[in-house]
Write a protein that binds this ligand. Structure first.
Ligand SMILES: Nc1ncnc2c1ncn2[C@@H]1O[C@H](COP(=O)(O)OP(=O)(O)O)[C@@H](O)[C@H]1O
Ligand SMILES: [Mg+2]
Length: 597
């Protein structure tokens, strides 16, 4: 019994992964459709039952019609065969439609969850993987899983039920012959299928990873096409894509071979079984233990079991592809976020919008030195505070932390005395308007881009915001004005134009706290002067933390903090700091001098 125990053990062990996944799908995504699934299984019980009725009709036909010359049966049998074929067809159709529906619905629910999980996810978590890989998981893996739910699972159920029903019929016909059949086909079949399934699952997972790599490469190459061309790297990129595609082909072929082996393996086993049974059945018949009808009925059942057995073998390998896709999807879905609301987190209650950093230290994951080290600063309500420092000194990080894009390691950040960790993220972000260093535009119209944070804005509001950001004129000069599409990432606009749209977006949001990250860095002097005026108006009565690139911005600040390598070096007004003749004075002489005129 050792080998059998071994088979059972390996079966249990291998079972765990595919069945764990199916079980999870059942518990979560398939739950609302359980009754439909039940209906579908019921339809397949009908399919299996009607299928196994066929060999019974054959047995009856041979024994009663050909043997006993029974004329009543001559009419009954053909009518019965037609009737069960119709019922069988209807049941198959019904269960296919049901499963198609369930498959589509569950996949779209899964995709919806996946998208929400990505959009709500921590920046730290999401940025660990390339966007191309997410796109690939979203499209390829989800599609593969859908096909599994749609067709594979239910077909396996159907064919297994059919095999079971036919096997029961065989036992009813003749126990010894049925035993022979079972002993030959089932244990060896299971061993074969498990082995092939494992190969497929592994190859399929590797294949999906390669597709992710390919998708990353495509999005990167297209995004950086100008650089690729300018540096003459077309051939190199093509070679890289070629080798990824080759690897992908390699893995795909591994699955294809495993799948191709599935049917012949079962065919071989079934062939052996048929041979042995013809011999044994013939012998029994010569002994008078078996009628011709019984023998023919048995052989028909055997032949009919052959196709579903082959299909189960085949589907089992396809199922493994769905399993590896599902596992990849759930790995993404299971990644937990750290930046989440506390339970029942209250909304941020803004009275004046004073921001305070108390001894804040923060380091990015994977970096040895902290990006910010023991920072304490105050942005009094309604005032403008400027951050100054060499690039890499931690200015942008400080803004990121104010919005709680990352959680700090030690210290406290409060707004109007409320720790930002204790209030809801929605309310925190609703209270702040951010203009990032690289303004980001969506591939949509200019109007939609400006109104991004405020869907209910009227056209008049949008135009007013654009005017205040000195953007109205250039927008009107565009072919479709406010309805012009800006292209992927705003590629059809200049850097300064993008920046002004980003500022207009912040103006329209009309939030009590403003965070500007070198918002005017890409502007020429003329538009900068215009935007500067707009910003001054915007800054009035608001609390603002701005990263200053131009001297004009710095000079207007109520207070300046000077950062160096994540530490605060100096603070004071422009006049104070110049008088102190420290780091600021040095920066002033090198960095700001050219924009002084
Ligand atoms: N997402 C990130 N992951 C890891 N390190 C980062 C990340 N963003 C910035 N850094 C590092 O943190 C430091 C401060 O960066 P940053 O705040 O962008 O500087 P600044 O805006 O003053 O130029 C730099 O050393 C930078 O390399
Ligand atoms: Mg920066």
């Amino acid at each position: 019994m050792e080998p059998l125990q071994h088979i059972i053990d390996t079966y249990r062990h291998r079972k765990s992964r595919s069945y764990a996944l199916i079980e999870r799908m059942l518990r979560t995504y398939l739950r609302p459709y359980l009754w439909l699934l039940g209906l579908s299984v019921l339809a397949n019980v009908v399919v299996a039952g009607t299928t196994s009725a066929l060999p019974w009709f054959i047995q009856q036909a041979i024994d009663k019609v050909f043997g006993d010359q029974n004329t009543a049966m001559l009419l009954f049998i053909p009518a019965g065969v037609v009737a069960i074929s119709v019922v069988r067809g209807a049941a198959t159709y019904g269960s296919n439609v049901i499963m198609g529906f369930v498959g589509q619905r569950t996949t779209s629910n899964l995709q919806r969850d996946l998208f929400a999980h990505l959009v709500r996810g921590d920046l730290a978590r999401i940025t660990k993987q390339h966007s191309g890989e997410y796109i690939s998981i979203f499209m390829n893996d989800a599609t593969r899983l859908r096909d599994t739910v749609n067709t594979t699972i239910i077909n396996i159920v159907r064919h297994l039920l059919t095999v079971v029903a036919l096997t029961i019929f065989m036992y009813v016909m003749n126990v010894q012959m049925a035993l022979i059949y079972t002993m030959i086909v089932i244990p060896l079949g299971v061993v074969f299928m498990r082995r092939l399934g494992r190969v497929t699952r592994k190859a399929s997972r590797q294949g999906l990873e390669e597709i992710g790599g390919l998708s990353t490469l495509i999005s990167e190459t297209l995004g950086g096409l100008r650089i690729v061309k300018a540096y003459g790297q077309e051939a190199d990129q093509i070679t890289r894509a070629g080798s990824t595609i080759d690897t992908l082909l390699n893995y795909t072929m591994r699955s294809v071979r495993a799948r191709a082996a599935a049917s012949p393996a079962i065919e071989m086993l079934a062939g052996i079984a048929i041979g042995v049974i013809i011999f044994y059945g013939g012998y029994q018949s010569t002994q008078g233990n078996l009628t011709a009808g019984e023998f023919m009925g048995f052989i028909s059942a055997l032949l009919m079991a052959y196709q579903p057995l082959r299909a189960v073998a085949n589907l089992q390998t396809i199922l493994q592809e769905g399993v590896s896709a599902g596992e990849r999807i759930f790995t993404v879905l299971d990644a937990s976020d750290e930046i989440i609301d506390m339970t029942d987190a209250p909304s941020l209650d803004i009275q004046h919008g004073a921001i305070s950093f108390e001894n804040v230290t923060f380091g990015y994951a994977g970096r040895d030195t902290p990006a910010l080290d023991g920072i304490s600063l105050e942005v009094p309500a309604g005032q403008t505070v400027a951050l100054v420092g060499a690039s890499g000194s931690g200015k942008s990080t400080l803004l990121n932390l104010t919005l709680r894009f990352f959680d700090i390691d030690t210290g406290n950040i409060t707004i109007d005395g409320q720790n930002i960790r204790d209030v809801s993220l929605d309310s925190l972000r609703a209270a702040t308007a951010l203009v990032t260093q690289e303004p980001f535009l969506f591939d949509d119209t200019i109007a939609k881009n400006i109104a991004f944070g405020k869907v209910d804005a009227t056209r008049a509001d949008i135009e007013q915001a654009a005017r205040n950001a000195a953007a109205h004129e250039f927008i009107c000069a565009l072919p479709q004005g406010y309805e012009t599409h800006v292209g992927e990432g705003g590629i059809r606009l200049s850097g300064g134009q993008k920046q002004r749209l980003a500022i207009a977006r912040a103006i329209l949001k009309d939030a009590p706290i403003l965070l500007l990250d070198e918002a005017t860095s890409a502007l020429d002097t003329v538009s900068e002067a215009q935007v500067q005026k707009a910003l001054e108006k915007l800054l009035e009565g608001r609390t603002a933390l701005i990263i200053a690139h131009r001297l004009s911005t710095v000079m207007h600040a109520d207070r300046i903090y000077v950062l160096e390598q994540g530490r605060l070096r100096e603070t004071g007004t422009h006049g104070d700091l110049l008088a102190a003749d420290g780091l600021y004075a040095e920066l002033y002489r090198t960095q700001f001098q050219e924009s002084q005129d």
